[in-house]
Design a protein around this ligand. Sequence first.
Ligand code: HEM
Length: 444
Amino acid sequence: MKFLNMAATTALILAAQVSQADTQQAELRQELDSLFLQDKIYRIQESDLNIREDLGESWIDNDKQHELSVIQDALDQLGKLMLGTYVIDDSSVFTTSLDEEITSGRQEYRILRDAHPKGHQCVNASFNVNNNAIFPNGSFLGSSANHNAVIRYSSASNTPQVDSIRDVRGGAIKVSVGDQNHDFVMLTSETFPTDNAEQFTNLVKVARVSNCINIIPDNEDSNDGFLGSIFGPIYDFNQRVLAVAQCIGNSELSILDLPGIVGAGIRFVDLQNSSEIESVFDKSFFGVAPYAYNDQVFKFEMSKADCENSNPESLGLNSSEETANRGLESNIQRVLSAGNACYDLNVISRPSDLTNKQAIETHTKTWDDMSYQNLPRTKVASVVVSQLEESTNIDPVSCDEMQFNPGNTLDNIKPLGSLNRARALVYESLSDFRKETNAYLRQQ
Ligand code: HEM
């Protein structure tokens, strides 16, 4: 009896401590939200958004005011989700290469990126522009010149996870030209799960805000059991529709959004599952969304190329890199310890047979697929990733603090399409939010 009393008292004390910790966390989240997030949401105005109708851009539902509210909503949702990434106790964030900084006590808390939180490494590179037939001499992408650059390699999953899990990887390049920069922000997938920012925000709401993450099964090993094996894709599809319908009840969405959300969820999983576990030096990276230089509309992508001074060992993942938590980082360090690695930056011009909607506002299909041909690529630059040198290496915290933005361009190169319009504003606000919040937390 005495033992039972003691056990009950201990349980009560523990519960009180846990709930006190929870309350403190909730209060801190609230404080950070009102200090650093809310003003950024309402600072975005209609005047921050403009489109080139002459090049085929159009507002979501042809309504600029609606698009503005979609972007504000995205910022609010994603910002609040970032507040959930505190580094506390056994947070999965400890799986990232930032763990030494964190456990050393220098940074008790750290807010990570909402997307691509796991950085594999930032590396120095040289961005060597070639004269080419697309951009005129005198322009940034048309004038032969060598510029310094930094590349941040990352994994897309919003929760950092081991590198042996299939995931879309990111490659963000910052090219320095004098005291200005141009950012290329790319993925290893050629397409995106949604065509516009509203569909993307709906997916985030259902999957993450309403805590319905299970509508997106983790990976292809997810087990649908006996019924799943008999009815295969039909069973799978129906299960997802049912699950999403339940989740919609918990969010502010309309049932009319259901087909769009299910489609986006399926594409999201397909993109993850089709991502091979490979070295970043064996991957191609895609800009996905279009850009314009004057009246010229194009997309960019980066593909593996031979180098003069590359490491004579294989650049691919070796067997231990393939299975390690930070296998991609180990691979980058091994390859760059004894040589460099190279890519070509290529440009695809808008094909003439696509409608404006297809060419500018569609991101779930490639231009090649929509125009039923392999469109020609024009090389505009070589990207030479430098051999690692102790004196110039970029440490993980500095890498994490870097800000990349698809709207950060030179020569008035203009990002086009709904996703790019949202990204330019969302990345700017949220990376400022991340930096300000981390600086504040470090002073606590
Ligand atoms: C064309 C489609 C997209 C591509 C190619 C893309 C790619 C990337 C990449 C590579 C990063 C990591 C950048 C880095 O290393 O700092 C990133 C970060 C991020 N992405 Fe995207 N993304 C896309 C669409 C979106 C959309 C539609 C949203 C939401 C509206 C979004 C929200 C974010 C956020 C919030 C970050 C973190 C920004 C920061 O804190 O610095 N992305 N994205």
